[in-house]
Design a protein around this ligand. Sequence first.
Ligand code: HEC
Length: 359
Amino acid sequence: MDAYLLDWVNLLLRWAHVIVAIAWIGSTWLTGFALFTVLYLYQASTFLIDKSVHAWSPAAAIAAALGFLVVFWFVYDAICRMFGQRSSGDRVVGALVAGFVVVASWLACQLFAGRAAFLLVGAMMATAMSANVFFWIIPGQRKVMAQMKAGLAVDPVHGQRAKQRSVHNTYFTLPVLVAMLSNHYGFLYAAPNNWLVLALLMLAGALIRHAFVARHKALVQARRVPWEYAAGGVFALLVVVVWLAPVAQSRSVQSAQAAQVKAVSFAEVRAVVAQRCVMCHNEQLASKNLQLHTPALIAQHAQQVYQQAVVLKLMPLNNARRSPMPSARCSGAGSRRALRRTERIDMVSWFDRPRSRSH
Ligand code: HEC
């Protein structure tokens, strides 16, 4: 539980850190996000696809991921064009765009590995932010300048449109950042209904952003500063904190379970590692510089293996499994659990008997 809260502190601090950094550095950060996407697309079968979420070919997954970026922009842009200039258009546009982001988050989490889905939703909004700058904000300013130079009356619509898009960009910033950062936290993206986790985090970001905007306005107009929005954002975060808190099942309960099942031999654990880990952790391909293809290596890295596979449930990455899988062992296939119950109990029982760790 302590470790869980520490993870939250870690995430919230990072988020604050990046927000502060951006406030000072300016707006050239957008290109960075494209790089992330490229990484994921390039290694699609490892990072983009989780077969227990949706089993499809890398080519189809890549095409769909790119589709998210493009379709989001066109739909968002159409919403702004259609409703933006009407009376109370800002509210209608805000509600429709927020709803569309939630739908996109849901869909991304049905199609892609959780980690990739969170990143993709962030990238999708960041793409719209850049497109706003290039297709509306800068051209709008140019038109105004040209009209002024030519001594013509300035058409206010260009300024209005540019303003609308830059307001959207400020509201997108915090949700984009938390979507990108949260993809480093397995307990968020691996949660059941992870799309709702993402939606709540982004909602918190938008509300907190709105609190700053409202505070500024209130100060300028010498009114009471409305703190309800910030409180709402914090509440959304608390909902996620409480919702995802680990059920208090201590190691001793787990090991009692394991003891009931059987004492596990090292050979059995080695078999699990061979099937679920070695394909990405061997001499040729040592992900994160970790090799697990010999008994000595497994014993040497026992603590890390236990931490990643049993406690954090982050490994095997995206529930990878070496095919073909023995039919007798596929009872849990299709579940989103990283390791199946039997495999995990094997690991717990192995780790809890230090003398069995290496032989
Ligand atoms: C599909 C490939 C794949 C499989 C299968 C896989 N891993 Fe990994 N593993 C990775 C990658 C990639 C990283 C680096 C992740 C990162 O940088 O965020 C990694 C990182 C790790 C780390 C280091 C984590 C850290 O941040 O220090 C450990 C420990 C680990 N894996 C253990 C395992 C174990 C145990 C299994 C089997 C139960 C396993 N892995 C299965 C790809 C895989």
